[in-house]
Design a protein around this ligand. Structure first.
Ligand code: GDP
Ligand code: ZN
Length: 259
C-alpha cells in the first residue's frame, strides 16, 4: 500500500495490516459490552482485509455468557466469536488454533479487557505487566512495560501496541460495507430514490428496523462511521489536490526559468 505522504504529520497512520493474519477484537464480559466499538473494529479489520475474530474475555466473571454471545452474534455476521477466561484457562486451547502455522495476530481492545493477562497465559509466563484495575481507575491510564511483538512458545506471534488499541477509521468504505451488509442490502430499495431514511413513506431502511433486521443504534453507528470515512477521504483528496498544485507550480516555475 502506498503511503500518503503528509507534510504536517497529522494523518500519518500506523501501518496496521502488514503481515497480520488475524485481528483479535477483545471485549470483556464483566463490563458493559460496547457493541458499537466492536462494529468499529470490525469495519477497520475488514477494510485492511485481515480476518477479525471477536474475543470475549473474562467468562468467569459473567453469569450470562450465552446471552452475551447471542447479542454479539447479531452484529458479527460472518465473524467468529470466541469466549474465554485467561484466569480459569478456559477457551485457551480453542484460541491457540488461530496461531497454528505460525500466524501473526494483532490484539485490539480497550485497556483492562485482559490483553496482557491473555498474552501471559499463552506464553506460560509473565511477559506483560498486568494492570491492577483499582490502580488504573485512579490514574485513568494504565502504565505497563510493553512488549510490542511477542513470540509464543509454540507457533505464533502477537502484535500488541498501544497505538493499535485505539484505531481510527481513515480509509475506504469496503470494510464498512462488509461489516454492515445487513444494512447496505436495503440501500436503493426505498420508494424514493433520494430517500434520507427519515420520515419518507416506503423507506426500506426504516421498515427493516421495524421488522427487527437490525436496530436503530446499529444503523446510527453505521452512519457515524460512514461520516468519519467520508471526512477522511475528503481531507486526503484536498491534500492530494494541494500537493498536485504545488508540483505543477514547481514545474511551471522551472519552465519559466528555462525560457
Ligand atoms: P489489558 O489492559 O487489556 O492488558 O488488561 P490486563 O491483562 O492488564 O487485565 C486487566 C485486569 O483484568 C487485571 O486485573 C486482570 O487480572 C483481570 N483479568 C484479565 N483476564 C481475566 C480473566 O479471564 N478473568 C478475570 N476474572 N480477570 C481477568
Ligand atoms: Zn429510505
Amino acid at each position: 500500500k502506498e503511503a500518503f505522504n503528509d507534510e504536517d504529520g497529522e494523518t500519518n497512520e500506523q501501518i496496521l495490516a502488514a503481515n497480520i493474519d488475524y485481528i483479535f477484537i477483545m471485549s470483556s464480559l464483566n463490563m458493559e459490552m460496547n457493541i458499537r466499538r466492536i462494529e468499529r473494529y470490525l469495519t477497520l479489520a475488514l477494510e485492511t482485509k485481515v480476518t477479525p475474530v471477536i474475543i470475549l474475555t473474562k467468562t468467569d466473571l459473567c453469569e450470562s455468557v450465552n446471552e452475551k454471545i447471542s447479542e454479539v452474534k447479531t452484529i458479527a455476521l460472518n465473524t467468529q466469536i470466541l469466549a474465554l477466561s485467561a484466569i480459569k484457562k478456559s477457551g485457551i486451547e480453542e484460541l491457540k488454533k488461530y496461531f497454528e502455522g505460525n500466524k501473526t495476530v494483532a490484539f485490539v481492545g480497550s485497556s483492562g479487557v485482559g490483553k496482557s493477562t491473555l498474552i501471559n497465559c499463552l506464553c506460560g509466563e509473565t511477559v506483560m505487566d498486568v494492570s491492577d484495575i483499582a490502580q488504573y481507575k485512579d490514574r485513568g491510564r494504565h502504565t505497563t512495560s510493553h512488549r510490542e511483538l511477542i513470540m509464543l512458545p509454540g507457533d505464533g506471534l502477537i502484535i500488541d501496541t498501544p497505538g493499535m488499541r485505539q484505531v481510527r477509521l481513515w480509509e475506504g468504505s469496503m470494510g464498512l460495507s462488509e461489516t454492515f451488509q445487513d444494512i447496505e442490502k436495503y440501500i436503493g430499495m426505498c420508494k424514493f430514490t433520494d430517500c434520507k431514511h427519515e420520515t419518507e413513506p416506503g423507506c426500506a431502511i426504516k421498515k427493516a428496523i421495524e421488522d427487527g433486521e437490525f436496530d436503530e443504534d446499529r444503523y446510527q453507528n453505521y452512519l457515524k462511521l460512514q461520516r468519519e470515512i467520508n471526512h477522511f477521504e475528503n481531507r486526503s483528496t484536498v491534500k492530494a489536490q494541494l500537493a498536485e498544485k504545488r508540483k505543477w507550480k514547481k514545474v511551471s516555475a522551472n519552465l519559466k526559468k528555462k525560457k
